[in-house]
Structure formats: C-alpha cells, structure tokens
Ligand binder design. Structure first.
Ligand SMILES: Nc1nc2c(c(=O)[nH]1)N[C@H]1C(S)=C(S)[C@@H](COP(=O)(O)O)O[C@H]1N2
Ligand SMILES: [Mo]
Length: 318
C-alpha cells in the first residue's frame, strides 16, 4: 500500500496535534466571537433535531460499570475526536456535520441464517437501551471517561442469528466520498473496517453505542451506531456502522492494512507493551494536563483476560 503521508495519529500526540494549530484555531474562533463550545453545541443540537429516537434518552444507567476517575466534560470529549472520514485532525465536529444519519440502513451478511437489512430506528427500538460509564483509551495515549448509551453487542449478535461456524464479526463504516471528503484520500483502505472474535463480540463489555451524555450520539462520535470495546485501543471502536458480516476468516482491519506492525487485529490495552514509536505506560486525560498510569486491558481484565489465556503466538497487545 502506498502511503503518501503518514496518518497523523501514528505520531505521538504532541506531534499529532501541534500546539500552534490549536492556538491559531482558538484565535480564529475568538475573532468570530465564537467559542469552540458554541460550535459543538450546534452540532449536538443538529443531531438531536434529526433523530427520531431522541425520546429514548437518557437511558437508565447500569450501575455495574463504575469509573475510577471523574467523567470527562462533554465539551472536551465532543471537541477532540478521530474520524478520518472527515479529516485527519481532532477538531472534527464541524466537518462531521456533513454526515447524513437518516435514512440509515444496517445489513447483516455472511454466515447468518438469512441475510437482511434493517432500518436503524427499527433496530434501536428492538434493543434494550442502557447507559454505561466506560473509560476509553486511544493508542495515541490520551483517554476519556464517558457515559455511553446503547445496548450489548451480544444482543445484536442474537438478533442477527449467526450460523454456528461463524468465528468473527466484521463491522464496517459507510462508504460515500461525496459526503465524507476524507474518503477521497485514496491511500486509505476505505471503508473503515474492524472486527472482533465471536467471544469478544459477545463479551458483556462489548457495547453498541447510539447515544452519549444522555442524548443521541452527536455526529463526530460516530452516529448513529458505533462500537465501544473499552479494553482495546480506541481505533477498534468503529464509528457509523452500516454493515455487519459474520465470517470464519479473520478480517484485515483498516489500520492493520495501513501499518500492521503498529496496529494489529487484537490491540488490547497494555501499559507494558510500547507502541514502536512511543510508550503506552501512561495517558493524558482529556480536558486536563494530568497523566495517569495506563491499566492492563484498560482496567477491564476481570471481564476479558480469560478470552486470551490460551492464545499462543498472537500479538495480543499491538
Ligand atoms: N469510522 C471510523 N471509526 C473510528 C475512527 C475513524 O477515523 N473512523 N477513529 C477511531 C479512533 S483512532 C478512535 S481513538 C475513536 C475515537 O472515538 P471518539 O472520537 O468518540 O473519541 O474512534 C475510532 N473509530
Ligand atoms: Mo485512536
């Protein structure tokens, strides 16, 4: 694969987000009399207006998922996002307003009893919505703690009726380069593709997200449907999903195709396994300059470590 320029998030965070870019933008917004917050507020409002499931939020919080740190403020989490379909920088909320989230169809394909498509609102209303507080750790060594709303991925797997031979669940983002200008960058292997083993997909922590901060998902977070696998680096948590495929072959995922030696299939969080170009020992908490130690499996070992016990010769932490 020909790579014209390395994706910015392959660099350590301080290089990926040079301070001057951020400051210039702040100054620009200041000159317009706009704070970053008013832009974000606008994006969140737009998502809400268009969303026919808005009445489902806030969903009831599931108290089994507690945090060891304060929640990240909405304005911090909503103003610092990776969504390469709309550009390779972090202030993606504005560009992501081009994402059209209705009508939205999701397909179930491959090794299922019967392939079919379902409208997103029918799917969401068929699922048991709840709210969970999760930590989320990006491979770039920043993190946040967020109240996601959604339903267990295991419920979607049940709904899709996979055949017993299925070993992996592949999840893909939409493909529409007229809507998402980042997809005109032909050196990326669009559409964004991710995958989990069936054991991972049906693990209690794997969560299909439809909302955040007590509202339908704002577009920059990957509306209307995205994965959160909180024990893995953030790039596994694919946004704006349109296609689920059950298969017995392990998929090659988006970042794995770009740079397999740095972003593998498993990508479980581990402070002791460095990225080839930076340490993973600690993380910057969004909205502060605090660094905190990174935890094995992002602190979710009790729920997930058993899945990897007998896997030999796999790069589980890359
Ligand atoms: N389709 C798609 N999904 C994606 C990405 C992306 O660029 N496109 N970025 C990933 C990365 S690197 C991270 S860290 C998380 C960021 O999620 P957030 O913006 O909600 O924090 O989304 C992941 N899912
Ligand atoms: Mo990431």
């Amino acid at each position: 694969m020909l790579i014209k320029s390395p994706p910015s998030w392959q660099m350590p965070e301080r290089e990926a987000t040079p301070e001057h870019v951020f400051l210039n933008r702040r100054r620009f917004l200041g000159a317009l009399g706009l704070g970053a917050t008013s832009l974000i507020g606008g994006a969140a409002l737009a998502a809400k207006e268009e969303d026919p499931t808005a009445d489902l939020y806030p969903a009831m919080r599931n108290q089994n998922y507690q945090l060891d740190r304060p929640l990240t403020k909405e304005r911090d989490a909503a103003a610092y996002n990776n969504f390469y379909e709309f550009g390779s920088h972090k202030r993606i909320a504005r560009e992501a307003r081009a994402l059209k989230i209705r009508p939205w169809t999701v397909s179930f394909e491959g090794m299922v009893e019967k392939e079919r498509q379902v409208d997103i609102d029918t799917l969401i209303r068929a699922m048991p919505l709840e709210e969970r507080l999760y930590r989320m750790r990006c491979v770039e060594a920043w993190s946040m703690a967020v109240p996601w709303s959604g339903f267990p991925l295991a419920e979607l797997v049940k709904y899709a009726k996979p055949l017993s031979g299925a070993k992996y669940l592949v999840m893909q983002t939409f493909l529409d380069k007229d809507m998402a200008s980042g997809q005109k960058q032909v050196w990326y292997p669009w559409p964004y593709t991710e995958g989990l083993t069936m054991a991972e997909a049906t693990n209690e922590l794997a969560f299909m997200v439809t909302g955040v901060y007590g509202k339908p998902l704002a577009k920059q977070f990957g509306a209307p449907l995205r994965l959160i696998a909180p024990w893995k680096y953030g790039f596994k948590s694919v946004k704006s999903i349109t296609r689920f495929e059950f298969t017995d072959k392990r998929p090659t995922t988006f970042w794995e195709q770009i740079q397999a030696s740095e972003y593998g299939f498993w990508a479980n969080v581990n402070p002791d396994v460095s990225h080839p170009r930076w340490s993973q020992a600690s993380e910057r908490v969004l909205g502060s300059n605090n660094r905190v130690p990174t935890l094995l499996y992002n602190g979710y070992g009790e729920q997930v470590a058993h899945m990897y016990k007998d896997l030999k010769g796999e790069k589980l932490f890359m």
